[in-house]
Design a protein around this ligand. Structure first.
Ligand code: NAP
Ligand code: MG
Length: 405
């Protein structure tokens, strides 16, 4: 069969460690044999970020803005230990943080679910998607270690130089810690719109929660903006689609989520979304089965796996041991991006390819072929644990059979 042709390139962001190895395996075995893959390649692996003083990350984000669709491999966020391991010039910021700050937008995380993988929460029947506001709050804060007694103040001066407010945050009598953080109405508005649009396009209810009872100005602003935009632009559309939007205090949302049967979108502020998505991923089975997509307000999409570079497996791989690392979330990042590219460029073959490849990978697992992490969770009679590459090759076998039929 002739290879599928692409029109516009995908922005391809390579990464680090075990996921970099998986990245190559997926391209070689599952994509390049079938698609004339057209990508604009950015190596976000740590060595290259160091060489370019992290300019490569900014360039990659700009490219996503230009082309509209990107796919990203997991990358190392350096810490002290990585500084010496890679002899880095500086402790670079999280690439995802940099990309999100440039693209703005909302991160939607949804688990890949399968009949043989039973969620830890028994009543969950459908996936729960977490929509995380990917801008501001503690991810863009200024924080300080307070050395000793003294007064911490917060001051806002408008453009004309008038002090609009000036308040004591705390009168320290001893050492401590201090933080200042912010968010912007326009970012919260685009967060709200992204959530309402995503709910309509995936036909799921939308829940939104913050701690507005405690944070009467900051969190309350989020609640008000969602409410205003919903009433003005989305209420009629939701009613027509038979969907529901509601706001509730985060404490109440947590309780409701656990009692629910799933199948909705839970919109969260930046930090809540970060933490809750790990909880939801684990309860659905494995972090290795969690997909993630960043949707920017001007309609750009960046797909990735929610997990990291799987360092422990990589070190084993370096010692020559056979690994059994799950490639599903990375594969779904690729299929998500290819499908979106197909939609935007009106190339139905690309969309069909992506969907069939997803179906083939799911069928492979349901047939009992999987990596070690899933073997511990799957409820099936016969299970064969495969290596990292073994699983990818098995998916290819299933995919080829499906294409013939
Ligand atoms: P991690 O890479 O997600 O791995 C944590 C553990 O989860 C692994 O040791 C493994 O458990 C399990 N796991 C995760 N993904 C798996 C997969 N695909 N297949 C099988 N098991 C999987 O998190 P981390 O070890 O905390 O972080 C490693 C590096 O990734 C760090 O340098 C961090 O900065 C980076 N990171 C990047 C991103 C991103 O780029 N989006 C996100 C998070 C972390 P077992 O060892 O028990 O098998
Ligand atoms: Mg997290």
């Amino acid at each position: 069969m002739a290879k599928i042709q692409m029109r516009t390139p995908l922005v391809e962001m390579d990464g680090d460690e075990m996921t970099r190895i998986i990245w190559k395996m997926i391209k070689t075995n599952l994509l390049e044999p079938y698609i004339e893959l057209k990508t604009e390649y950015y190596d976000l692996g740590l060595p290259r970020r160091d060489e370019t003083d992290d300019r490569i990350t900014v360039e990659a984000a700009e490219a996503v803005k230009k082309y509209g669709v990107g796919v990203k491999c997991a990358t190392i966020t350096p810490n002290q230990q990585r500084m010496s391991e890679y002899s880095l010039k500086r402790m670079y910021k999280s690439p995802n943080g940099t990309i999100r700050a440039i693209l703005d937008g909302t991160v939607f995380r949804a688990p890949i679910t399968l009949p043989c993988l039973k969620p830890a929460v028994r009543n969950w029947k459908k996936p729960i998607t977490i929509a995380r506001h990917a801008y501001g709050d503690i991810y863009k804060c200024s924080e300080f270690r307070v050395p000793g007694p003294g007064k911490a103040e917060i001051l806002f001066r408008d453009e004309a130089g008038n002090e609009l407010f000036h308040e004591t945050v705390f009168d320290f009598k001893c050492p401590g810690v201090l933080m200042g953080m912010y968010n912007k109405d326009d970012s919260i508005e685009s967060f709200a719109r992204a959530c309402f649009n995503y709910a309509l396009s995936t036909k799921q209810d939308l829940w939104f929660s913050t701690k507005d009872t405690i944070s009467k100005k900051y969190d309350h602003r989020f609640k008000d903006i969602f409410e205003e935009i919903y009433e003005k632009d989305y209420k009629a559309k939701f009613e027509k689609a038979g969907l529901e939007y509601f706001y509730t205090l985060i404490d109440d949302a947590v309780a409701r989520v656990i009692r629910s049967d799933g199948g909705f979108i839970w919109a969260c502020k930046n930090y809540d979304g970060d933490v809750m998505s790990d909880m939801v991923a684990t309860a659905f089975g494995s972090l290795a089965m969690m997909t993630s997509v960043l949707v920017s307000p001007d309609g750009n999409f960046e797909f990735e796996a929610a997990h990291g570079t799987v360092t422990k497996h990589y070190y084993k791989h370096l010692e020559g041991e056979t690994t059994s690392t799950n490639s599903m979330a990375t594969l779904f990042a690729w299929t998500g991006a290819i499908n979106k590219r197909g939609e935007l460029d009106d190339i139905p073959e690309l969309c069909a390819f992506a969907k069939t490849l997803e179906t083939a990978s799911l069928a492979t697992i349901e047939a009992g072929y999987m990596t070690k992490d899933l073997a511990q969770l799957a409820e099936l009679e016969h299970i064969e644990v495969l290596s990292t590459e073994g699983f990818i090759l098995k998916v290819r076998e299933t995919f080829d059979k499906m294409r013939k039929n």
